[in-house]
Write a protein that binds this ligand. Structure first.
Ligand code: DAT
Ligand code: MG
Length: 152
């Protein structure tokens, strides 16, 4: 069985506003499995590498400053379809376009303070997991009720 994994990060605004439990709870309730979790204040270098694709964008400098300005909760979540599903649970980049029920739709207003990051595809997920986590920080485990969750 292929284990699909994605990288999610609660950004400094989500941490400061006290939404760690709220956000983790949404992915737990959905049925995904947490296999990596840590809190850190990212270095500028890490923030730049993470958002490297946006290097040429006018908001890049502010984005890097912001992400490295305070604690981030970095996570790896696992489950079938988790990459796309997490993006749906998060909602679109611009929180005012995000439907109620999504994390950004429920909890944010500002595009520059949209409280959570989620990998946007398979390759990005692999890249981001490797960038943020060492192998030994990833916890391979099976839920005791896994047989009730899926046919795999
Ligand atoms: P997402 O986080 O939904 O994957 P993205 O990859 O396009 O969105 O952009 C990364 C982050 O950069 C986004 O979460 C917030 C910031 N950002 C994107 N577009 C922006 C803009 N027009 N002005 C300010 N910040 C922006
Ligand atoms: Mg993105």
């Amino acid at each position: 069985m292929i284990k699909e994994r994605t990288f999610l990060a609660i950004k400094p605004d989500g941490v400061q506003r006290g939404y760690i439990a709220e956000i983790i709870g949404r992915f737990e309730k959905k049925g995904f499995k947490l296999v990596g979790l840590k809190q850190l204040i990212p270095s500028k270098q890490l923030a730049q590498d993470h958002y490297g694709v946006h290097r040429e964008r006018p908001f890049f400098k502010d984005l890097v400053e912001f992400i490295s300005s305070g604690p981030v909760v970095a996570m790896i979540w696992e489950g079938e379809g988790v990459i796309l599903s997490a993006r749906k649970l998060i909602g679109p980049t611009k929180p005012l376009d995000a439907e109620p029920g999504t994390i950004r739709g429920d909890l944010a207003i500002d595009i520059g303070r949209n409280i959570i990051h989620g990998s946007d595809g398979e390759e990005t997920a692999k890249f981001e997991i490797n960038l943020w986590f060492d192998k030994h920080e990833i916890c391979d485990w099976e839920t005791s009720d896994s047989e009730w969750r899926s046919e795999n």
